[in-house]
Design a binder for this molecule. Structure first.
Ligand code: ADP
Ligand code: MG
Length: 864
């Protein structure tokens, strides 16, 4: 049997260690891929699949990309969630005996890329790691681009999943023995790439960054992550900052369903930032500020003092308009200091970056001066460090407009390094000498058009046009190249000078590169100071951003109540208000207190129920991140958690709008909410039949009322539920007002006390331009139904809920199996009977126009 060639054997040996990555195997000027890698990569990258003889019986599939265009291909694979192992030749092929030595120099993964399309200015690129302990879970995050490191302990897997989802980690490092269900959820819910690392040994290097941690679980969780990063990146990670512990209870908890439903950082529909709360808020001027804003929106605070201190700074900025505008102008010139520090450490910083660093630092004294004039002793206690020594160093070393490449010279300023100056003199003198030679030669020969030129192949030459050749004296000039109209010559003295100039230039390029590397090492020492400065500047940026938005949109400063009271006067939904002309937005009040804990909202479709509920939640979030809120007056408690659930029928977009999802989400909320929480249940119970849905809705309301006591906004289309107000002491009915004008419904979007008097579903259908005959038929059916209410379900009289009856998973089998008994069969044909039965049980009032159409279609099909 034939065996593979030594090179293929080498390939297979290396590939065995990188099973889950594309192995980019360097062969001369190409990165080649073989076997399955080649087949898959040719499809993913749309490049030609070829094959080669590898010594085996069959030809080996192969495809390749030129090394200089590899970054583009690598980026494409990473964006699709793949990993790429870069395998280089690590010895000079000329020196090699046998196969050239090759090694993987870096594994690039979605969580470790440093640049390209996957990296956004205003977003972190976190890689996460999970470690399961007996009853808890250790969680670690690292952003290689900024050097931030975080760890936390979660009490259950869902909590960890929430965190990973909310920071948007694209890769999660775990041990192989984690439950398969967890792995599946990480992939499905967080769209994360999984990577495996078994080692959690704490080395000296790890000790250096974890020295503030005093919990072995946290240390070993982080050790797993750092070991993975070191193993895969194989380079300096000096910019990694000290690992910070954060406590989940320090932030308002908003689980991933709620984050999605409230559209905090991306919209449900487009998954983009536009239309989200983050989009509304983002008036930051720096990339670092943009990232911090996202972190703050993801984690509203629960500590009153911290919230108040942010609010106080926002107030200061609002009171000082001109200073704020000046600050915004200065911030615009501040480059991404955190990512720059990352690139310095990673070794991929260029001279232009360093010039931007210098320019950024040059803004700092002016920023500091400006801050001095503001009166705020909470935020402005520690002056900004302008790192003058670094600014000076960069100013002395680097020219103002350096080239992109760091290997081709023209970077270092004259006067920075004596040796470099000498070479430059030599080169410049040489060039002057050549310019003079040109003059002399013209005089000697009398050829005015004679010129001295340079090209890479022949070096310096004297060029004489064909017409003038006869004027050249014999002997002195050696012919080098013939062109159509001219001849090129060299002379010994020209060759001699050329050697000097070229040698000097080569030395200049080498020396400049050397000096640049030294400079980069020096800049490395400033990384911790730059990182502190970056943090301060990003906070200022976010706070000025809050002030700007608050002022532009006429928000007011929230107050916090001690007794759980909530009062919003003229509240608005911040995003809807912005998207629509604010003149048209109808503001609404909201009020909760000790005996008004639950609001049951009724009102026609499209009247503004969902908007109203969300505006309360978004207002609470804005207040707790330290921003002013869209209301003319706002008093709020500090919420520990917010839950937002939408009935499945309303959630058309997500694609998984099954009733089971609706119930699972509801369960999650009910299981974790406390009396300090805010719950929004929007048309819960909608995803099933009327009886089921109403029974569930009622049971959920009772349960929250009796066992949880959270502030709850519950919108429903089951009018029958409004009677609950009589039995549940802290539940109140409210409704969105609509009036009928000339037989048509007009939505006022105004919230009023009490229950809505009727449903306006048919009017909405009319507005939606359904066929006139269908509408009039629906009106007929409605009046028949209203005349004969016996078929309508009535809510069960509230039973006294037993206090001990606490929530457990087992209780989730809430699905009622009982369907209304079919009426006695008559003599009509079976299909007609069936249609009649269906018509009887159908609840037109609760149908969306689309549902009605669908049902009608089905009925028609049955009798056709
Ligand atoms: P519902 O949940 O009652 O079906 P929505 O809250 O989805 O209604 O609101 C439907 C539409 O009505 C929104 O998209 C918005 O355009 C408009 N709307 C809602 N609230 C207001 C308001 N307070 N002022 C003006 N327009 C509003
Ligand atoms: Mg709605």
């Amino acid at each position: 049997m034939a065996t593979y060639t030594p090179m293929i054997q080498q390939y297979l040996k290396i590939k065995a260690e990188y099973q889950d990555a594309f192995l980019f195997f360097r062969l001369g000027d190409f990165y080649e891929m073989f076997f399955n890698d080649a087949i898959q990569a040719s499809q993913e990258l749309e490049i030609t699949l070829t094959s080669r003889d590898g010594g085996g019986e069959e030809r080996i599939p192969m495809c390749g990309v030129p090394y200089h265009s590899a970054p583009n291909y690598i980026e494409q694979l990473i964006l699709k969630g793949h990993k790429v192992a870069i395998c280089e030749q690590t010895e000079d092929p000329k020196q090699a005996k046998g196969v050239v030595r090759r090694e993987v120099v870096q594994l690039i993964t979605p969580g470790t890329v440093m640049d390209g399309k996957g990296i956004h200015d205003k977003e972190n690129n976190f890689i996460a790691s999970l470690t399961a302990f007996d009853s808890q879970i250790g969680l670690a995050f690292s952003d290689l681009t900024t050097g931030e490191n975080l760890v936390a302990i979660c009490s259950h897997f869902d909590e960890a999943l929430n965190e990973i989802y909310s920071v948007g980690a694209k890769e999660v490092v775990i041990s192989t023995d984690l439950p398969d269900e967890w792995k599946k959820q990480l992939i499905d819910r967080c769209q994360a790439t999984l990577s495996y690392e078994q080692t959690t040994t704490i080395t000296q290097e790890i000790l250096e960054v974890v020295k503030d941690l005093h919990d072995e679980r946290l240390t070993s969780t982080f050790a797993r992550l750092l070991t993975y990063l070191q193993r895969t990146q194989k380079r300096s990670l000096d910019h990694l900052q000290l690992v910070k512990v954060y406590y989940l209870q320090d932030a308002m908890k908003i689980d991933l369903f709620s984050k999605r439903n409230l559209e905090l950082t991306e919209t449900i529909r487009s998954k983009g930032k536009k239309g989200s709360l983050l989009w509304l808020l983002d008036e930051t001027k720096t990339a670092m500020g943009g990232r911090l804003l996202k972190q703050w929106v993801d984690k509203p605070l629960v500590d009153r003092e911290k919230i108040e201190s942010r609010l106080a700074m926002v107030e200061t900025f609002i009171a000082n308009f001109f200073e704020r505008e000046d600050l915004r102008t200065l911030l615009k010139e501040v480059y991404d200091l955190e990512r720059l520090a990352g690139r310095v450490a990673f070794g991929n910083v260029n001279a232009r970056d360093l010039i931007q660093l210098k320019k950024s630092l040059q803004q700092v004294p002016a920023i500091e001066e400006l801050l001095q004039t503001l009166q705020n002793d909470v935020y402005l206690t520690k002056p900004l460090d302008p790192c003058e020594d670094l600014t000076q160093l960069l100013d002395e070393a680097i020219v103002d407009n350096p080239p992109l490449s760091v290997k081709e010279g023209n970077i270092i300023k004259d006067g920075f390094h004596a040796g470099l100056d000498q070479y430059r003199d030599a080169s410049r003198n040489g060039k002057t000498w050549i310019a003079q030679l040109e003059q002399q030669e013209r005089q000697h020969t009398g050829i005015k058009s004679l010129k001295i030129g340079y090209n890479r192949v022949f070096g310096y030459y004297i060029e004489v046009t064909r017409a003038n050749l006869h004027l050249l004296p014999e002997g002195k000039y050696e012919r080098k190249q013939t062109l159509t109209n001219a001849e090129r010559f060299i002379t010994p003295e020209l060759k001699e000078k050329e050697a000097l100039i070229l040698e000097a230039e080569e030395k200049i390029v080498d020396l400049e590169y050397q000096l640049f590397l030294e400079l980069r090492e020096k800049v490395k020492n400033f990384i911790p100071r730059l990182q502190i400065l970056a943090k301060q500047i990003s906070e200022l940026d976010v706070l000025q951003c809050f002030a700007t938005v608050s002022e532009n949109r006429h928000y007011s400063k929230p107050q916090f109540s001690q007794n759980g009271e909530l009062f919003l006067k003229n509240g608005r939904h911040p995003v809807v208000e912005k998207v629509m002309d604010s003149q048209e937005y109808v503001p609404n009040d909201c009020y909760f207190n000790h005996d008004r804990q639950m609001l049951l909202i009724t009102g026609p479709n499209m009247s503004g129920k969902s908007t109203y509920m969300r505006q309360v939640a978004l207002t609470a979030i804005l207040a707790q991140i330290g921003c002013y809120v869209p209301a003319t007056e706002a008093v709020l408690p500090i919420f520990d958690q917010i839950f937002t659930r939408i009935g499945a029928a309303d959630d058309l977009i997500s694609g998984q709008s099954t009733f089971m999802v609706e119930m699972l989400e509801a369960k999650n909320a009910i299981a974790h909410a406390t009396s300090q929480s805010l719950i929004l249940f929007d048309e819960i119970g909608r995803g099933t039949s009327t009886y089921d849905g109403m029974a569930l809705a009622q049971a959920i309301i009772e349960y929250i009322h009796e066992h949880i006591g959270a502030k709850t906004l519950f919108s429903t289309h089951y009018h029958e539920l409004t009677i609950l107000e009589e039995q549940l002491t802290s539940l109140r009915n409210i409704h969105v007002k609509a009036i009928e004008e000339n037989g048509k419904v007009v939505f006022l979007h105004k919230i009023e006390e009490g229950a809505a008097d009727k449903s306006y579903g048919i009017h909405v259908a009319e507005l939606a331009d359904l066929p006139k005959s269908l509408i009039s038929r629906a009106k007929e059916i409605l009046s028949e139904l209203e005349a004969d209410k016996t078929d309508m379900p009535n809510p069960v009289v509230v039973k006294q809920v037993v206090k001990e009856e606490v929530f457990s998973d087992a209780q989730l089998s809430l699905f009622s199996e009982e369907e209304p008994k079919a009426k006695k069969a008559s003599a009509l044909p079976k299909n007609v009977q069936a249609v009649i039965e269906l018509l009887k049980t159908m609840n037109i009032l609760e149908m969306t126009p689309l549902d009605a159409m669908n049902e009608l279609y089905k009925l028609q099909k049955k009798v056709k």
